[in-house]
Design a protein around this ligand. Structure first.
Ligand SMILES: *Cc1c(COP(=O)(O)O)cnc(C)c1O
Length: 372
């Protein structure tokens, strides 16, 4: 290993989480969402483990993300979750990706592609039932569906989809309203092989959202979509852990101040460990002022001073800590755990942003068969 900071990716946990989700949404299927490099976990390896555990398809945001999976010889269906630049449309066909569509110009552009192999491109029609991001408005859905059908057999209307805005807030009536709007649109559209609406929270908390399959992202990674559904995530296991080693140790006196701005002052003598991981690796600078802690020797220890670009400091008290000792920033050590959700709560964000923020500078180290 070329540096003393890395992320471990527990592939047993991915398989476990996919199995948990499959059981809880059956008879609906699970498609694994591996956009943004598998939420920072490594898309190719995550995709393989998820498919291995019975996920029936994959979802990505970008054409490049789909192509990366195809280059890794992954042959499962790959759904692009939103329309992409028309200039890239030929690559969708060349690599056997399934586009989501919701505008007439994009549908016409796909139908007009002069590419070998375009003799039946499956497309999924996305309806915006209330998320307000992308999708055809419900009153216009039938017209677009008819345009797709008219472009048969070059295009095939293979699916209809929507996306839920607040499925993790189980008390919010917006989800029921979205699902009712979706059902009303579906009743007007030609029948399609698949229909899908649910993200992780939708699949876990809203049985009526499950349809043919659940597009499960965050739950695959063992992270709760939000506190409103934490109780449905108890069987999930976190996949990513962020680890480093102590690179430097020193004693400090009472009154010593530390890090940029000298914003932390020690009130008693103590030992400070320097950890070679910083905000350029995805440890937010603000984690210091919001009470961030790491695990050293199985104990919670506070970050002291602002997190710098490449390094941060931790007060390890009078514990016998040595250079080279393992430090856990996210994950478990000695029965203690710091979760991505804990960081998210401290920072006023969601676990998604924490794991997606672990930068490319951090190697992803796969772990398998840990229990064996
Ligand atoms: C990212 C995304 C998902 C996955 O959401 P999770 O909350 O991570 O399960 C599902 N559907 C769409 C359209 C998305 O953009």
């Amino acid at each position: 290993m070329s540096r003393w900071a890395w992320a471990e990716i527990d592939h047993d946990a991915i398989r476990h989480n996919v199995e948990v989700l499959r059981r809880s949404v059956a008879p609906s299927a699970v498609w694994a969402v591996v956009k943004a490099d598998g939420y920072g976990h490594g898309a190719i390896d995550v995709a393989r483990s998820a498919l291995d555990a019975g996920a029936e398809g994959l979802c990505v945001a970008l054409v490049d993300e789909g192509v990366e999976l195809r280059r890794a010889e992954i042959r499962a269906p790959i759904l692009l979750l939103s329309e992409q630049p028309v200039a890239d449309a030929a690559r969708i066909v060349e690599h056997g990706l399934t586009p989501t569509v919701y505008t007439r110009p994009y549908i016409e552009a796909l139908a007009a592609l002069d590419v070998d192999g375009l003799d039946g491109l499956d497309v999924h029609l996305k309806v915006d039932t209330g998320m307000g991001r992308v999708g055809v408005a419900p009153p216009d859905a039938l017209e677009l569906a008819e345009i797709i059908v008219r472009h048969g057999p070059r295009l095939r209307l293979a699916g209809v989809a929507t996306h839920l805005a607040s499925a993790d807030d189980v008390a919010d009536p917006a989800t029921a309203a979205q699902l009712a709007a979706f059902a009303a649109v579906l009743a007007t559209l030609p029948a399609t092989p698949v229909v899908h609406a649910a993200n992780s929270a939708g699949g876990l908390a809203h049985p009526h959202a499950r349809y043919s399959f659940v597009r499960a992202g965050i739950a695959i990674y063992g992270i709760s979509p939000g506190h409103g559904v934490d109780h449905l995530c108890r069987d999930l296991r976190p996949v990513l852990s962020l680890r480093a080693r102590v690179s430097f140790l020193k004693r400090v006196e009472a009154g010593t101040r530390i890090s940029y701005g000298l914003r932390h002052t020690f009130v008693t003598p103590t030992t400070v460990a320097t950890i070679p991981i910083g905000y350029a690796d995805g440890v937010p600078r603000r984690l210091f002022e919001t009470g961030g802690e790491v695990l050293v020797g199985g104990r919670r220890r506070p970050i002291v001073g602002v997190v710098t670009m490449d390094q941060l400091m931790v007060d390890v008290g009078d514990d016998p800590v040595a250079v080279g000792d393992e430090v856990v920033l996210i994950g478990e050590q000695g029965g203690e755990r710091v979760s991505a959700e804990e960081w998210a709560d401290r920072l006023g964000t969601i676990g998604y942003e924490i794991v997606c923020g672990v930068s490319r500078r951090i190697a992803r180290v796969p772990r398998r068969n840990i229990g064996d």
